[in-house]
Design a protein around this ligand. Structure first.
Ligand SMILES: Nc1nc2c(ncn2[C@@H]2O[C@H](COP(=O)(O)OP(=O)(O)OP(=O)(O)O)[C@@H](O)[C@H]2O)c(=O)[nH]1
Ligand code: SF4
Ligand SMILES: [Mg+2]
Length: 395
């Protein structure tokens, strides 16, 4: 954990027609040969990612893409990958040849607007073309001596358009307890727990409590009830792994707020209220309804995997219905979520907030209910009402 995880970086996509100079611009701003450039159209064939610190903005992730208007045989496949970048970009930079806004550029502007992604125009190749437009940053990407000026102009443009939540993101849990308040975390160490470490949501929760000057007690589920007895005053909050949520609720007096790590992530990474609303669909599922389980990474599934095995089994048991359950994993999401009655999204620990919001948006557009693992598990175990109370959500 020496470096900021990818998922917390501001994702900046470099978009434009083939040969506009996207990769050259990336190399200029990163000050190194990050991406291959050439005069051959279609040089960048896949998304190139590069992490960088960009003070005062903080950590960013550049996403160099294959250009629009690639006429080659693989052009459509490359474009499909570029379009997917729009599902995780926080900001888009449109790299233009001079100030030419042709059909490809207009298409990119429309796509970014549709997805609500702020866009900054970069008028590149200023040494070749006369640039009249004044609504973008004028650049010659081959002039390495201009790096500082370009970076300064870019930073001020980014600060103007950056999404508010990048600067003022909701804390993971620091706002749920007072300063110096006591927070108990219940972390089971079953065979699914990685050897010798904690998983990212747990580490992030501990860090967030320290950032908010809160005290943390970490226990295993078998010790929780006894440890609770040791508190002179009740703790301000208890957080557990979803797998033991029913036990935590049973052992936690009504006056102590409690929730799960996954529910904290559902708020931090997306929209908790919408995920809670989506979970209500579980009780309305009918025979032959299709349910999609969407995982944001391609981790190696364990024998008793939560998404592959546990949730499908609990879902079938709770509903008593004959459901068709499909899975997707990684950056891919279904083209048409309307085929499904319910989408159950994973916690999304490896992706950014915008990517989860984009999936929520696609489901909303298609009129499909979406929830996430943590919310779904709590609903399936009959304790959702209790674990969303700390967020002021009433069921
Ligand atoms: N004169 C000049 N040439 C540039 C500038 N920016 C890029 N080029 C040249 O234009 C050609 C294409 O640049 P790339 O950076 O590979 O363009 P790209 O948009 O990444 O292209 P694809 O990956 O093929 O879509 C290269 O030969 C660059 O050296 C610029 O500002 N001025
Ligand atoms: S929560 Fe999602 S992104 Fe994180 S490890 Fe699980 S499947 Fe991967
Ligand atoms: Mg390129």
């Amino acid at each position: 954990m020496q470096t900021t995880p990818k998922s917390l970086r501001l994702h900046i996509a470099l978009l434009g027609g083939v040969n506009a100079g996207k990769s050259s611009f990336l190399n200029l701003v990163t000050g190194q040969q990050t991406s291959i450039t050439s005069e051959i159209a279609g040089t960048t064939t896949d998304v190139v990612e590069k992490a960088q610190e960009l003070p005062p903005l903080g950590p960013v992730l550049w996403l160099d893409t294959a250009g629009f208007g690639d006429e080659s045989q693989l052009g459509d496949k490359r474009l499909e990958k570029t379009l997917r970048v729009l599902d995780r970009a926080d900001v888009a930079l449109l790299i233009c040849c001079g100030d030419n806004i042709g059909p490809e550029e207009k298409n990119i502007i429309a796509l970014a607007a549709q997805k609500n992604i702020p866009l900054i125009k970069i008028y590149n190749q200023a040494d070749k073309y006369q640039i009249k437009a004044d609504d973008g940053i004028v650049v010659n990407s081959t002039d390495l001596s201009s790096r500082d000026t370009v970076l300064n102009n870019l930073k001020s443009a980014l600060i103007k358009v950056c999404p508010d939540n990048f600067f003022n993101s909701v804390p993971l849990l620091g706002d749920l307890a007072p300063q110096h308040g006591n927070i108990v975390m219940i972390i089971p160490l079953d065979y699914e727990a990685p050897k010798g470490r904690l998983i990212m949501p747990q580490v992030q929760a501990i860090r967030d409590c320290l950032d908010h000057n809160q005290n943390i007690t970490v226990v295993k589920e078998d010790d929780y009830a006894a440890v609770l007895q040791n508190f002179k005053n009740p703790p301000a909050l208890v957080v557990c792994d979803s797998q033991v949520v029913d036990r935590m609720v049973a052992e936690t007096p009504e006056n102590i707020p409690c929730t799960t790590f996954s529910i904290l992530m559902a708020r931090f990474k997306g929209d908790l209220e919408k995920m809670v609303k989506g979970a209500q669909m579980i009780n309305r599922l009918q025979d032959h309804d299709k349910v999609l389980i969407a995982e944001s990474c391609t981790h190696h599934a364990m024998e008793d995997d939560i998404g592959r095995v546990k949730i499908p089994n609990w879902l079938k048991k709770k509903t008593g219905k004959n459901l068709q359950i499909d899975h997707v994993s990684g950056c891919d999401f279904v083209k048409n979520p309307a085929d499904y009655k319910l989408v159950i999204q994973c916690g999304g620990c490896t992706v950014n907030r915008r990517e989860i919001l984009s999936r929520i948006y696609q489901c909303e557009q298609a009129g499909v209910a979406i929830t996430n693992y943590g919310v779904c598990i709590s609903e399936l175990k009959g304790v959702l009402k209790r674990v969303v109370e700390p967020f002021g959500i009433k069921l």
